[in-house]
Design a protein around this ligand. Structure first.
Ligand code: 3SL
Length: 233
């Protein structure tokens, strides 16, 4: 039987053998929600970078430079990390170079996996269907915040476990804990997340509408996948 596990922080990746697993990287607020939105609006590809300066130089090669540090757009970059910046026609067919505080760091750490896909509430059903039909056991990697666990990524992981519970057995207790948490929260995710650390951070930046948007389920049916270090659909 295929199994499912959850890595609650990228700092725990060393505990998991991912060479035969499909890894779902999630950073609900807001990196993977942005990436899914960008693909839904026609970007050609997204190259994720852990290192900011390596990302910056991609501008000279014709890439749109995107991302943030500590939630704020990087000075000199073309775009920040709000999903609303990735809904215009101008991004159609473009190649993005993307770096974020946590999301692209988690993608970097997942690179040894059999395959890496990108998850968010916005494409939850598409992710679940793909995992259900796939042959591999699954690891959901939560981007967290600078190595610490966060609630929103854990809730997404719990949603995936909940939807696959009749087909994929849990590998340890993290999937059980996340599923119970999602069951408690699912009727009002926004309220459940009201006191969470990242929501407080985002409130300081005055971007509540990003928060609301990133919690929407199944807005898009795209599945970004990592191919040779580049995300494509
Ligand atoms: O850390 C990340 O990858 C970001 O998504 C964080 S923020 O939402 O832009 O603050």
């Amino acid at each position: 039987m295929k199994t499912i596990d959850i890595c609650l922080s990228p700092e725990l990746m060393h505990l998991y053998d991912v060479k035969d697993r499909t890894v779902v990287v999630v950073d609900i607020l807001r990196a993977t929600s942005c990436m899914v939105t960008a693909f839904a609006h026609g970007v050609h590809s997204i190259t994720p970078f852990a290192d900011l300066e390596q990302c910056r130089v991609m501008h000279e090669k014709g890439y749109i430079t995107s991302g943030e540090r500590n939630g704020e757009k990087v000075p000199g970059f073309d775009k920040g990390n709000s999903p609303f910046e990735y809904m215009n026609d101008e991004i159609k067919g473009q190649r993005l170079a993307f770096t974020t505080t946590n999301g692209t760091q988690a993608i970097e750490k997942a690179k040894g996996a059999r395959e890496v896909i990108i998850g968010s509430f916005l494409n939850l059903s598409t992710v679940v269907k793909y995992l259900l039909l796939g042959e591999n056991s699954v690891l959901v990697v939560c981007a967290g915040w600078k190595g610490r666990v966060n609630l929103e990524d854990t809730l997404f992981a719990g949603a995936v476990v909940e939807k696959l519970k009749d087909y994929l057995g849990p590998d340890c207790d993290a999937p059980l804990a996340a599923r119970h948490l999602y069951t408690l929260a699912k009727d009002n995710l926004a309220a459940f997340l009201g006191e969470s650390s990242h929501v407080k951070r985002l409130n300081r930046l005055n971007i509540y509408r990003d928060f609301e948007f990133c919690l929407k389920h199944n807005e898009y049916a795209v599945l970004p996948r990592l191919r040779n270090g580049v995300l494509v659909v």
